[in-house]
Design a protein around this ligand. Structure first.
Ligand SMILES: NC(=O)c1ccc[n+]([C@@H]2O[C@H](COP(=O)([O-])OP(=O)(O)OC[C@H]3O[C@@H](n4cnc5c(N)ncnc54)[C@H](OP(=O)(O)O)[C@@H]3O)[C@@H](O)[C@H]2O)c1
Length: 317
């Protein structure tokens, strides 16, 4: 018997998280998945969203759509980061309530915790102190979506709740040369250094900051697990609670790629916060733990990267 209530609408199915959830749901018997491209359904358009819910009547909604971007984009377009995300969330959460959705899973992120959150970060750190200014608009929109789910649950008794993933990596990642996250950025730079026959690669900063990484397929598995719980937490961290220095990570990536040159650091570049780690006690207490070890995950991710790179379809926007 399948406990995921079908049909399932995956909002943002073409993105990194959404496509991982599609892959994971494909393994579930008797679950019908509904997807729409942005061209067919703009989630910012309330009327379109209502028509879609009226016609398709999903029982479960996994909300993996969002306007996302790096520090520069967030700094230049805070109006769009706040309004686009608020509009998508408001339209989809309201329509879900109005059309009797049984389960709504909203995607938050550990990047919406306060700038100086106590480490390792507990769920109770949300809104406990000021936000990180570089992505404040995005974080405000995400916090509003997460809180709206909590309020709907509290006021109307519906099972609307959220997951807070840590830094993700895996298939579908963004390899933009300047705007990508640390792990895809390292994969691209070290791969290109190997092709060019470079004697060394330089990583930004001292290499000492500690960061946590979760394979996106583990996240997809955790999302399904959460959707099967009768009484899930309103929001719950999803991570490994293991961290690695940036230098260790670069060394691991170089080993995977077969780059034998030196890895140099550049202490004149900013390091960012020294440590960012999530506390995952709450999720583990519900019976879920990640399965993909970092070394294996990087090997698989590099194979995906090579397929995309060699076919000229590397995602880099
Ligand atoms: N990636 C990470 O490391 C990470 C970590 C923690 C949390 N998360 C969270 O996970 C969620 C998904 O992130 P992601 O990395 O999967 O992002 P992504 O790869 O950029 O995917 C976002 C998806 O949303 C769609 N979308 C955006 N605006 C839309 C609109 N108006 N109407 C319809 N679809 C729209 C995009 O469609 P287009 O392709 O047409 O733009 C894309 O398919 C976000 O909430 C993010 O905060 C991600």
């Amino acid at each position: 018997m399948n406990r995921i209530q079908s049909p399932v609408f995956i909002a943002g199915h073409g993105g990194m998280v959404g496509s991982a959830v599609c892959r994971r749901l494909a393994k579930e018997p008797n679950v019908r998945v509904i997807t729409r491209t942005r061209q067919d359904l703009d989630l910012c358009d309330e009327a379109q969203v209502n028509r879609f819910f009226e016609e398709e009547k999903p029982a479960t909604v996994i909300f993996a759509a969002a306007k996302v971007g790096g520090i520069l984009a967030n700094k230049m377009y805070p109006v769009e980061f706040l309004t686009d995300n608020l509009r998508q969330e408001l339209a989809t959460i309201h329509a879900s309530y109005q059309h009797g959705v049984k389960r709504f899973l909203f995607l938050g992120s550990t990047c919406i915790y306060p700038r100086m959150a106590k480490q390792p970060i507990l769920e109770s750190e949300l809104l406990a102190s000021p936000l990180e200014p570089t992505n404040e608009a995005y974080a405000l929109a995400k916090i509003a979506g997460l809180k709206l789910c909590q309020y709907f649950r509290q006021q109307y008794g519906v099972l609307f709740h959220s997951a807070m993933p840590t830094n993700l990596y895996g298939p579908g990642d963004n390899y933009h040369p300047d705007h990508s996250h640390v792990l895809p950025g390292l994969i691209r730079r070290i791969h290109e250094a190997k092709l060019a026959g470079d004697a060394s690669v330089t990583i930004w900063g001292t290499g000492t900051p500690l960061r946590e990484f979760l394979h996106v397929d583990d996240l997809a598995d955790a999302i399904l697990h959460l959707c099967e719980l009768d009484n899930p937490p309103d929001w719950v961290n999803v991570g490994t609670s293991l961290d690695h220095s940036i230098l260790t990570l670069a060394t691991l990536v170089a080993k995977t790629i077969g780059f034998t040159g030196a890895i140099l650091t550049d202490p004149t570049r900013p390091d960012g916060t020294p440590r960012k780690l999530t506390d995952t006690t709450l999720l583990r207490s519900t019976g879920w733990a990640p399965k993909i070890e970092l070394e294996q995950g990087i090997r698989d991710t590099y194979q995906c990267f090579l397929r995309e790179f060699d076919s000229g379809h590397l995602r880099s926007k």
